[in-house]
Design a protein around this ligand. Sequence first.
Ligand SMILES: Nc1ncnc2c1ncn2[C@@H]1O[C@H](COP(=O)(O)OP(=O)(O)OP(=O)(O)O)[C@@H](O)[C@H]1O
Ligand SMILES: [Mg+2]
Length: 477
Amino acid sequence: MGKQSGTGQSDSKSGEPVTVLVVDDDADICVAVEMSLTYEGFEVWTAPNGKQALARLDKEEENGRAPAVILTDVKMPEMDGLTLLGELREREHAPPVIMISGHGDIDTAVEAVKLGAIDFLQKPIDQNRLVVSVQNALRQTRLAAENTGLRRQLSGKWELVGASAPMAQLRESIARVADADIPVLITGENGTGKEVVARNLHLSSSRAGGPFVAVNCAAIPNELIESELFGHERGSFTGAHDRRIGHFEAAHAGTLFLDEIGDMPLAAQAKVLRALETREITRVGGTRPLAVDIRVLAATNTDLPAAVEEKTFRMDLLYRLNVVPLRVPALRERPTDIPILAAHFLDEIGRRTGRRAPTIDADAVGVLTAHPFPGNVRQLKNLVEAAHVFADDTITRDDLARILEVGPALSVPEGTALPLGEDPFQAETFETFKNESEALFFRRKLEANGGNVKRTAENLGMQRSHLYKKLDRYGLK
Ligand SMILES: Nc1ncnc2c1ncn2[C@@H]1O[C@H](COP(=O)(O)OP(=O)(O)OP(=O)(O)O)[C@@H](O)[C@H]1O
Ligand SMILES: [Mg+2]
């Protein structure tokens, strides 16, 4: 790769994240370090003291972003470097920290290392030493990421539960294509486990140590999709206050999961296709292309060949993504998995609450296996969660009946504003009434459209992204 990759040194295809946070009250130092690191292809954020550095980290975390390395001065107003280091140590996924000191103070160095700093740079900062130090730190991040990847795999968070023949087949297909580094198109109805399959593909691939970036194409407003996917340069459009890397870049050396791909606007489809073919992207407002090394997985519950016929989906993109098709079977095609999944979700409740997992009696299992589950595994999961609320130690047929009676439980996620079957007219205040009727409205419309968000939005004459926000708000997705 002769080209600058925008993800650290151009020769690295090993997946280092790209951002470095520089904390120093001396603006000249910040500028000098920023210049050297930007030249090397890193993205640089700066902060004038520890307090503002933490604030920046919090703000970026909300957008799912974090620096790969932090460089910090020792003596600063508001919050000094050692305190910052201590604060970072309290956090779960703190990046490695390199200390910068103008005082060559051995005691501080020892103290910093004790607190977990991985290197120490003296002012004036030697440029070569700076770059080497940052690269060492990145190597450390990568190893840590590999470890978490493996740990997650062991912890079974994304375990694909089920013992039916269709599931055994699916598992076999996953094993066969996981390491092939080719695109996989995952299809299946709502709630069948498409994301679980995507996660499994990633975790079983050689990219397991790299990032897994999931993008819900349906939830991004049309006018933002390009900047979300490819990033943008500062000032490239109104509101682009900062340079921002997109999902393609964030997934470098890992897996990019394009969820609900059928909802991607045509204009974006063309750009995605080009990016997949050239393995390069250009940030919005940017001039030079950046190489990205990603594996793409896509998922959809829409009929893409039909969408191609209707000219809402590009045929060439379908071919590109559909190198290996994986179909996740509906739950009603594998009813023998229902008791196994139910038991799995009950175990999960037990683990989460720290109490003995509730059980389910044979009668209730009978009710479950006979249920059609149009919302598939997600609906089963929600049903089990809801039944557990009514049940003592054992979920019975009655507990299930209470929930199933009040209509199809398309969704009863935790934190739903509207419990199933509630009547908005019982609301005490106008505010509650408004919220509850709105939630009920969207739930009914979604049910009427078989849980298909795109179709619901079309029938309601609403923007998809707007509908998504509503569904999110009422826990209906
Ligand atoms: N085989 C499975 N084993 C364990 N959990 C599963 C399985 N399949 C689905 N789930 C759980 O069911 C829920 C829905 O799964 P997931 O989000 O992967 O479905 P999906 O097909 O992507 O749905 P949608 O079409 O709505 O995006 C998640 O909570 C997931 O953890
Ligand atoms: Mg999904």
